[in-house]
Design a protein around this ligand. Structure first.
Ligand code: NDP
Ligand code: GDR
Length: 341
């Protein structure tokens, strides 16, 4: 039975990847930080059989300990401060976790394997945010980086240190340059889930408005379940290489509003959306769209869920969640008819 160690197991991708690997018969170990992490119960419920280990990407000894206990064949480094907006307010911590944390995880493998790093296959969660102010469209593996946030800068360090350990120590290390991927498990601070949750609550009369920043930003949004499958495929190849994972389509935040409000029968969302300068960023990434043809050709990977299906899936999940919340704490309903279910 192969062993996998996942950092960031409590996050969106950690949960989907954990499910995928347990289904494939892996013994899965997840790194959890903090002395009483409130997400542990949810992870244990979602991933029966998971073995959780205490550790933190800012603490090398705990990472060495996790590798020694898990004896992993594969390590997926998904842990990070992942919210771009927060990265300006906590830039140093973002650098420590999202950037230097990658170096620490690689060092932990190097130390725990007594310099035989290639025994462990390593996946680094790199990001399209590294492209930032884009030099080429669509972005591919060879496109130059110009990160626009402390998060993007930290991810760029993590990306290059992964390449460097491959070149310096023969590590079987790959970076997946993943474009935005979303799901009902997405944190509510990210724009997709903020919108789908807001739309569901507005449709049920539990919320009046959604406050947003830049509505013109464009992203290449895919489904997280499809993207964790690409991570696994990357580590099954005998040659470690980096891959862009994307849908190849770009949509604006306005398109997202059209799709989400449209799903609950609201054609004109303007009365429900306010622009709030607090959600504007000091430096913005205006438009991203990826070219995943290398992954298609070498990994036989393709996204299965398209933009509209993704948005509908998220709105439906948020409608169900909001109905549950309202059942527990009745709020007078008013407003629009919503799809059944
Ligand atoms: P989430 O924000 O949902 O999850 C982040 C995870 O990192 C959480 O489990 C969190 O734990 C953990 N974490 C935070 N700080 C530390 C720390 N100091 N030590 C150990 N773990 C820590 O992110 P996603 O699941 O969406 O993304 C997974 C990875 O992929 C991240 O690295 C992200 O930057 C990257 N990425 C994501 C993309 C996306 O669109 N989703 C696109 C490209 C890259 P806790 O619950 O305790 O806070
Ligand atoms: P992003 O995702 O920064 O691309 O990073 P996010 O959903 O936060 O923002 C996407 C775009 O929407 C604009 N926007 C808003 N964003 C948020 N969060 N809240 C708002 O109110 C709002 N209004 C407009 C943003 O300005 C931005 O242009 C995500 C994260 O998962 C990273 O970890 C990952 O690396 C990248 O995707 C790829």
């Amino acid at each position: 039975m192969p062993h996998a160690l996942i950092t960031g197991i409590t996050g969106q991708d950690g949960l989907y990847l954990g499910e995928l690997l347990l289904d494939k018969g892996y013994e899965v170990f997840g790194l959890v930080r903090g002395q009483s992490n409130p997400k542990v119960a949810m992870v244990e419920k979602t991933l029966p059989g998971i073995r959780l280990l205490a550790g933190d990407l800012t603490d090398l000894p705990s990472l060495i300990g996790a590798v020694e206990v898990a004896q992993p064949d594969e390590v997926y480094n998904l842990g990070a401060i992942s919210f771009v907006g927060l990265s300006w307010r906590q830039a140093e911590l973002t650098g420590e976790t999202t950037g230097i944390g990658v170096l620490r995880m690689l060092e932990a493998i190097r130390i725990a394997t007594s310099d035989e790093m290639s025994r462990v296959r390593f996946y680094q969660a790199s990001s399209s945010e590294m492209f930032g102010k884009v030099r080429e469209t669509p972005q591919r593996e060879t496109t130059a980086f110009h990160p626009r946030s402390p998060y993007g800068v930290a991810k760029t360090f993590g990306h290059y240190i992964t390449v460097n350990y491959r070149e310096s120590y023969g590590a079987h290390a790959v970076s997946g340059i993943l474009f935005n991927h979303e799901s009902p498990r997405r944190g509510t601070e990210f724009v997709t889930r903020k919108i789908t949750r807001g739309v569901a609550r507005i449709a049920l009369g539990a919320q009046e408005k959604i406050a947003l920043g830049n509505l013109d930003a464009r992203r290449d949004w895919g489904f997280a379940g499809d993207y964790v499958d690409a991570m696994w495929r990357m580590l099954q190849r005998d040659t470690p290489e980096d891959y862009v994972i994307a849908t190849g389509e770009t949509h604006s935040v306005r398109d997202l509003l059209d799709a989400a409000f449209g799903h609950v029968g609201i054609a004109d969302w303007s009365p429900y959306v306010v622009q709030d300068p607090r959600f504007l960023r000091p430096a913005e990434v205006d438009v991203l769209v990826g070219d995943a043809s290398k992954a298609r050709d070498l990994l036989d990977w393709r996204p299965a869920v398209d933009f509209r299906t993704l948005v509908a899936m998220m709105v439906d999940a948020d409608l169900a969640a909001a109905r549950g919340e309202l059942d527990r704490e009745p709020v007078p309903t008013r407003g629009h008819t919503v799809p059944p279910g």
